[in-house]
Design a protein around this ligand. Structure first.
Ligand SMILES: NC(=O)c1ccc[n+]([C@@H]2O[C@H](COP(=O)([O-])OP(=O)(O)OC[C@H]3O[C@@H](n4cnc5c(N)ncnc54)[C@H](OP(=O)(O)O)[C@@H]3O)[C@@H](O)[C@H]2O)c1
Length: 286
């Protein structure tokens, strides 16, 4: 595995005016919805972001929730689209790309969210020279605190690359990664929220077992996890140094840390991330 994923280029949030951009989201579901939302927050106008789900009624429901516009058909959504987001399930995405051949506006950028479907597969299904980007977001983009890995296809110009970064500029963090790095990205960001949610749930339950009311335990754990992450990010201090800083000799924290290591929490977290990355690698083999 390439270990340079953490050091991938992260383009600065570029000053690109998205106010006139036309976007079509084909499949605004669990992930297409938050992606549409982050693009709206970044500056795409609701009347310019058209949603085409599997039925007009579903498109209208999603559009109403997001403050976007329901397309009456996929063709209507695509007719003027500068950017087309493919938010359908991975098994549907290549058939959809083939269908788009006749409907894609000239010069449109296609952004695929599909896990395990490569740039080459999508490019092959679309007209020659189509600009294709793979985006791998995680769910905290829905609150502007997520991470998105962006993989750039061969036909994407620098201006189009900048535009895609602008579209994800309010997602939290958008980084350029290679398709080889996407598996590590899934372990360290894509699937990671679920692991963190599980750890937060466990911490909260234990707070309750120790005698705290659930809402207080919940708030304290969430604030502390958030605060610890923010402290590391804002100070640049290494986690081990921060940990040592709160570990007095023979004190409460070292006792807790020793128990954490005895229970294999570090190994468990590593195993979860490795399993997610391996599963992503298997998926991409088809
Ligand atoms: N969920 C995640 O955490 C996550 C993370 C990273 C990437 N992804 C990727 O995101 C993609 C979508 O996954 P999801 O979890 O968001 O699935 P989902 O919630 O089932 O959403 C799929 C969407 O596609 C729509 N759709 C289905 N058939 C369609 C068609 N023929 N034409 C137009 N729209 C159609 C569905 O519309 P209806 O609602 O009308 O059925 C729905 O809005 C996948 O490729 C997945 O790999 C997901």
């Amino acid at each position: 595995m390439n270990d340079s994923v953490a050091a991938s280029d992260s383009a600065p949030a570029p000053a690109v005016d998205l106010g006139a951009l036309q976007v079509a989201v084909i499949g605004a579901g669990n992930m297409g919805g938050p992606v549409a939302r982050t693009m709206l927050v970044a500056g795409v106008q609701g009347e310019h972001l058209l949603i085409a789900n599997s039925s007009p009624a579903s498109s209208e429901r999603a559009a109403a929730v997001l403050g976007a516009t329901a397309a009456s058909s996929r063709s209507e959504a695509l007719a003027k689209a500068d950017v087309v987001v493919l938010g359908v399930k991975p098994y549907q995405v290549l058939d959809l790309a083939v269908d788009l051949r006749e409907e894609l506006a000239a010069g449109a950028i296609v952004i695929s969210l599909a896990a395990g479907i490569t740039l080459a597969q999508i490019e092959q299904a679309l007209p020659d020279g189509t600009a294709v980007v793979r985006a791998m977001p995680n769910t905290p983009i829905s609150v502007g605190e997520g991470a998105v890995g962006l993989m750039r296809g061969g036909a994407v110009t620098d201006a189009q690359h900048q535009l895609v970064h602008a579209l994800f500029s309010r997602a939290g963090m958008a980084v350029d990664i290679t398709e080889e790095q996407v598996h590590a990205f899934i372990g360290a960001a894509g699937s990671l929220p679920a692991f963190v949610f599980t750890i937060i749930e466990a911490m909260t339950d234990e707070g309750v077992r120790l005698g705290m009311k659930r809402d207080l335990a919940s708030s304290l754990v969430q604030q502390t996890v958030r605060g610890a992450a923010t402290m590391l990010r804002d100070t640049g201090v290494h986690p081990a140094v921060a940990k040592n800083g709160v570990s007095s000799p023979g004190g409460t924290t070292v006792q807790g840390l020793a128990a954490l290591e005895r229970e294999g929490v570090r190994a468990g977290v590593a195993a979860a991330m490795a399993a997610a990355a391996e599963s992503s690698r298997e998926l991409s083999k088809g």
